[in-house]
Design a protein around this ligand. Structure first.
Ligand code: NAD
Ligand code: MG
Length: 396
């Protein structure tokens, strides 16, 4: 029986994870659920999944949950940042699903890695922010990192075992791999007139054609910053050099990414755009379990198409690739700036096209800071956020 802590339990990945756990009750148990402040959703999840612990980051939300939970359920309600860090490294915990959105997920995810847990990584921002430190910590403690992000999960599945068992410090060329082909749908604005992008509303940006996701990642998909963050994520997970990574637009989201080998072979992973497939894969690897996802029907799919990304349409993608090439400091700054900009856009404070402006403005602040510890990363993230807020002021 694998005991799982679900970080970000009330979110899109969190609820999909709980769905897969519920389908396989003899194999998995929700040991603890962790969320920010959505009491209604947490209450519903506790009634349905009966975890041992429900942790709310917001203390008021924790007391409200405590009042509303029926006693006979025997769920312990906790709150507090230190309590959360203790929770993820508890001896009873086998697996941590890292599905908090954004930089807020960094510390608990990193703690799980330091404790040598099996870490199912959805929170790409944590890896983008801390890259080498994250991979080094996993190597030291033997923490097993399994990529939940559908593209990285696909790439993982298309790789030989020697890469799968050496995440972060594998050698692609030695395994005959020439390229990782990171696919992306292009989001909701693949064919919208670029000169109308100023008028894009948060609702339009969150309306992804193929995937149903949280609001932050939906906006990232619309700007393709998501693919940019994934490019950085792929660099760290697969120890890839710049020239080994390529982004391919594939609007149908049937192929979730591909690996190109030296001999001309290309291996692709395909399936319905449903996150329960990569979640179930990570939970059960190297076995397979049922996930509730319908089989892919190729007669319904009909056609698969591909094109090159247009950096004028997706300036954030270009910025992220550039930041990846520049190194850790640029990646950490970009991630922070983007979080601030996306939130401002979702609150209708800036235009869709301003997101790239804020990101670009912050990236010019790279000064080669020392980044030897998680504390250094957290400090840089904070500094980049205040710079992003200053950039925002210029636009409001
Ligand atoms: P979401 O917005 O649906 O859920 C976010 C979760 O994080 C919620 O449970 C929320 O309570 C929690 N959270 C937010 N702020 C927090 C804080 N300060 N402290 C603790 N918890 C906090 O997001 P999502 O779509 O489920 O995405 C979660 C992560 O998974 C993101 O990093 C995203 O990039 C990644 N991801 C998501 C998908 C997807 O299909 N949704 C696919 C690939 C990767
Ligand atoms: Mg993805």
């Amino acid at each position: 029986m694998q005991k799982i802590v679900v970080l970000g339990a009330t979110g899109s990945i969190g609820t999909n994870t709980l769905d897969v756990i519920a389908r396989n009750p003899d194999l998995y148990q929700a040991y603890a659920l962790v969320a920010h402040q959505n009491v209604d959703k947490m209450l519903e999840l506790c009634l349905q999944h009966r975890p041992g612990i429900a942790h709310m980051v917001n203390p008021e939300a924790a007391s409200l949950l405590q009042q509303r939970l029926p006693n006979e359920l025997n769920v312990e309600v906790t709150t507090g940042a230190d309590v959360l860090l203790e929770l993820v490294k508890h001896d009873s915990v086998d697996t941590v699903m890292a599905a908090i959105v954004g930089a807020a997920g960094l510390l608990p995810t990193f703690e799980a890695v330091k404790a040598g847990k099996r870490v199912l990584l959805a929170n790409k921002e944590a890896l983008v922010m801390s890259g080498r430190l994250f991979i080094e910590a996993a190597r030291e403690t033997g923490a097993k990192i399994l990529p939940v992000d559908s593209e990285h999960n696909a790439i993982f599945q298309c790789m030989p075992e020697r890469i799968q068992t050496h995440i972060g410090h594998c050698d692609l060329a030695a395994e005959g791999i020439s390229h990782i082909l990171l696919t992306g749908s292009g989001g909701p604005f693949l064919s919208r007139e670029i000169n109308s992008f100023d008028a894009i509303t948060p609702e339009q940006a969150c309306n992804h054609p193929n995937w149903s996701m949280g609001r932050k990642i939906s906006v990232d998909s619309a700007t393709m910053m998501n693919k940019g963050l994934e490019y950085i994520e792929a660099k760290w997970l697969f120890n890839a050099r710049n020239e080994q990574l390529k982004v391919v637009i594939h609007p149908q989201s049937v192929i979730h990414s591909m690996v190109q080998y030296r001999d001309g072979s290309v291996i692709a992973q395909m399936g319905k755009p449903d996150m329960r497939t990569p979640i179930a894969h990570c939970m059960s690897y190297p076995q397979r379990i049922s996930s509730g996802v319908e089989p892919l029907d190729f007669f319904k799919v009909g056609q698969l198409s591909f094109c090159e990304p247009d950096f004028e349409r997706y300036p954030c993608l270009g910025l992220a690739i550039e930041a990846c090439h520049q190194g850790q400091e640029a990646s950490t700054i970009l991630n922070a700036a983007n979080e601030v900009a996306v939130e401002a856009f979702l609150n209708s404070r800036i235009k869709f096209t301003d997101i790239a402006r804020v990101n670009q403005g912050c990236l010019s602040a790279v000064v080669n800071s020392k980044l030897d510890s998680i504390e250094d990363i957290v400090a840089l993230d904070k500094e980049a956020r205040s710079r992003a807020n200053a950039e925002l002021q210029k636009l409001i």
